[in-house]
Design a protein around this ligand. Structure first.
Ligand code: TXA
Ligand code: MG
Length: 316
C-alpha cells in the first residue's frame, strides 16, 4: 500500500485500479473516501469488507456531473434546484432508484433508494472524470470509528488499507456531507453537515430534521455510537478533570483547541484530527470537549460529538 501525492500520473493509475474493480482512497472536500466502481458488485462488496461495515448501511454514490444521476435515480424538480445551488459540494441527495439503475443494488443495502453527491474537490473531480463511472465511497475509516481528514488517517484507521491512497492534503470542510432525503414530500435532513437547514430551505422551502430511532434508523448509518475514539468522551466540559484531556473551543482553552478564535468552520475542519490526537495521547483516560454553539455547521459538529460520546453498544 502507498500514499501518493495527487499528480496526474497518480490519478491515471487510480482510475485504472478503479476500472478493474479495485479500491482507492481519495480526498474530497469533506473527508477521505474509500472508492470503488459503483456499477460493479464485486468492487462494492470489497468496500463493505474493508471497512467492516454492516451490510444494512448503504453507501453514497459520487458522480462527476449532475447529469450522471439520470441513469441512477429518479430525480425531480427539487434535484435540479438543489444541485444548481449546492453542487459540487457537501450535499448528498437520497432519491428513489431507477428500476434499471446503473449502480449496484449493494450500494443501496436493500433499500429502494440511492444517495448521490458530486464532491467539490479537484482530485475527486479529476478522478471521477478519468474513471467515467460513478464511485461508491464511504468515509475511509473502520466502521464506527473517526472519519479521516488526512491521507495518513486512512492508513491508521483501516486494518487492510487499499493499495493506493491519494494524498490531497487536509480536507477543507472536515465533517461529512449533509444527507437530505428527497423520497418524501417534505425533505428530511438525515445527517447534518456543512450545508445547513437554513441554506436548503432558502431554495426549496421547509425541510424537517430526521429523528433518530436507533433500532430502525431511517439513514441506517446514523447509529447512536459512531465516530468513536478508543477513550470515552465527555461533552460540554468547562474544564479538564484529573486524567482528562480537554479539547477547547474559542476562549475555553484546552490542551488542544478546535478554533481559538471561535470559528465554527475552522472547528469542523479540525474536529476529527483533534479527536484522533487526543485519543492517541497516552497520559489520559478521557477526552473532555468544551461546548460548541448549536448553530450553522455547529449542528454537524455536535451531532458527531454526541455520537463519539454515545455508549458503544450498537455493534457498528
Ligand atoms: O462527505 C461524505 O458524504 C463522505 C465523503 C467520502 O463523500 N462520505 C460519507 O459516506 O460520509 P458514509 O458511508 O460514511 O456515510 C453515508 C451516509 C450514511 O449515514 C448512510 O446511512 C447514508 O449516508 N445513506 C446512504 N445511502 C442512503 C439511502 N439510500 N438512504 C438513506 N441514507 C443513506
Ligand atoms: Mg462514515
Amino acid at each position: 500500500m502507498s500514499i501518493a501525492p495527487a499528480t496526474p500520473e497518480t490519478i491515471a493509475q487510480a482510475a485504472d485500479i478503479l476500472r478493474s474493480g479495485g479500491l482507492v482512497a481519495f480526498p474530497t472536500e469533506t473527508v477521505y473516501g474509500l472508492g470503488g466502481d459503483a456499477t460493479n458488485d464485486a468492487a462494492v462488496e470489497k468496500i463493505y469488507a474493508a471497512k467492516g461495515r454492516p451490510s444494512f448501511n448503504p453507501l453514497i454514490v459520487h458522480v462527476g456531473a449532475p447529469d450522471w444521476v439520470a441513469s441512477i435515480a429518479q430525480a425531480d424538480a427539487r434535484f435540479g434546484t438543489l444541485t444548481r445551488a449546492f453542487w459540487p459540494g457537501p450535499l448528498t441527495l437520497v432519491m428513489k432508484r431507477h428500476t434499471t439503475s446503473s449502480v449496484s443494488k449493494l450500494v443501496s443495502a436493500g433499500l429502494d433508494s440511492v444517495a448521490v453527491r458530486m464532491p467539490d474537490h479537484p482530485v475527486a473531480a479529476s478522478l471521477l472524470l478519468a474513471v467515467g463511472r460513478p464511485l461508491a465511497a464511504p468515509s475511509a475509516n473502520k466502521s464506527g470509528s473517526i472519519s479521516p481528514t488526512e491521507a495518513r488517517h486512512v492508513l491508521d484507521s483501516l486494518a487492510r488499507p487499499p493499495a493506493l491512497i491519494i494524498d490531497g492534503g487536509k480536507c477543507r470542510v472536515g465533517v461529512e456531507s449533509t444527507v437530505l432525503d428527497l423520497t418524501t414530500l417534505t425533505p428530511v435532513i438525515l445527517r447534518p453537515g456543512a450545508i445547513t437547514r437554513e441554506q436548503i430551505e432558502a431554495v426549496i422551502g421547509p425541510v424537517t430534521i430526521g429523528t433518530d430511532t436507533p433500532h430502525a434508523p431511517k439513514s441506517p448509518g446514523q447509529l447512536a455510537s459512531h465516530y468513536a475514539p478508543g477513550l470515552p468522551v465527555r461533552l460540554n466540559a468547562a474544564e479538564a478533570k484529573t486524567d482528562e484531556i480537554l479539547i477547547g473551543f474559542g476562549p475555553a482553552q484546552g490542551t488542544l483547541n478546535l478554533s481559538p478564535r471561535g470559528d465554527l468552520a475552522e472547528a469542523a475542519a479540525n474536529l476529527f484530527a483533534l479527536l484522533r490526537q487526543a485519543d492517541n495521547a497516552t497520559l489520559y483516560k478521557c477526552i473532555a470537549v468544551a461546548p460548541v454553539p448549536e448553530q450553522g455547521i455547529g449542528l454537524a459538529i455536535n451531532d458527531r460529538l454526541r455520537r463519539a460520546a454515545a455508549p458503544r453498544n450498537t455493534g457498528s
